[in-house]
Ligand binder design. Structure first.
Ligand code: SAH
Ligand code: DHB
Ligand code: MG
Length: 232
């Protein structure tokens, strides 16, 4: 473990590819001043979310877990003029901070923040006939991840990309006897991704300014993975 080096390299990468951005910096500052936990993605991870949204041409994005709206702003900036993002947050305090940050970013017309338990908002969104979403980012309470995946699949189409944050948790994810509800939740989520036939997934470990963690990327698909043929 070398957190000092990981942070220094993240600073190097961020200076090159996600340099100072007054609006995003202000969003983090306002979040911290309001006492929100520093659980936002890092700048280079935010840029990854932005790039994934651009690469997939996403027009409708769903985010589960808003916090102060930092990842929300990265994702919403990737949308075309007629694009929309819905983000779900249980804490009215977090949602209020996020709304102010989103307004300051000039994204109020693009982003809708729904306050309440995400499972309730997801049921509501489905009952309104919203979706399908092109990109879904899961980053809220980890014990509920499998439940969020079920809803994500209902609100998806073939080609939808599902990204989940924090799937490695300092390596704790490999402990199949963990008493940590978040680890258990992530393991259930990963097992579901692995066993669900309609979805192709990988997970990537990351180190950086946010420590040692990782994310998964999934594609909703009806095509089986091509077989890797054994030699001979
Ligand atoms: N995506 C954000 C970080 C989200 S942190 C970013 O990268 O900037 C996780 C957020 O999920 C917290 O704000 C927390 O209040 C929220 N959360 C926790 N449980 C929730 C639930 N049941 N429903 C909706 N949001 C929840
Ligand atoms: C936690 C949650 C997150 O989404 C994150 O990125 C980092 C930490 C947490 O609950 O500890
Ligand atoms: Mg996270």
């Amino acid at each position: 473990m070398n957190q000092h080096l990981w942070s220094a390299v993240d600073n190097y990468i961020t200076d090159l590819f996600a340099p100072e951005d007054p609006i995003l910096d202000a969003a983090l500052k306002a979040s911290s001043l309001a006492g929100l936990p520093p659980h936002n993605v890092s700048p280079n991870q935010g840029k990854l979310l932005y790039l994934l949204a651009r690469i997939t041409g996403a027009r409708h994005i769903l985010e589960i877990g808003t916090l102060g709206g930092y990842s929300t702003i990265w994702l919403a900036r990737a949308l075309p003029a007629d694009g929309r993002l819905i983000t779900l947050e249980v804490s009215p305090v977090h949602a209020e901070v996020a709304l102010a940050n989103i307004r300051h970013a000039g994204l109020s017309n693009v982003v809708e923040v729904r306050v309440g338990r995400a499972v309730d908002s997801l049921a509501q969104i489905a009952s309104e006939g919203r979706g399908p979403f092109d990109l879904i980012f899961i980053d809220a309470d980890k014990p509920s991840n499998a439940e969020y995946l079920k809803w994500a699949l209902k609100l998806a189409r073939l080609g939808t990309v599902i990204v989940a944050d924090n799937v490695v948790r300092n390596g704790m994810v490999i402990d199949d006897h963990s008493s940590d509800a978040s680890v258990q939740g992530i393991r259930r989520f990963n097992d579901m991704l692995a066993s669900e036939p309609g979805i192709a997934t990988t997970a990537i470990q990351t180190v950086g300014s946010k420590g040692y963690d990782g994310f998964s990327i999934s594609l909703v698909t009806d095509e089986p993975m091509p077989e890797i043929k054994a030699k001979g």
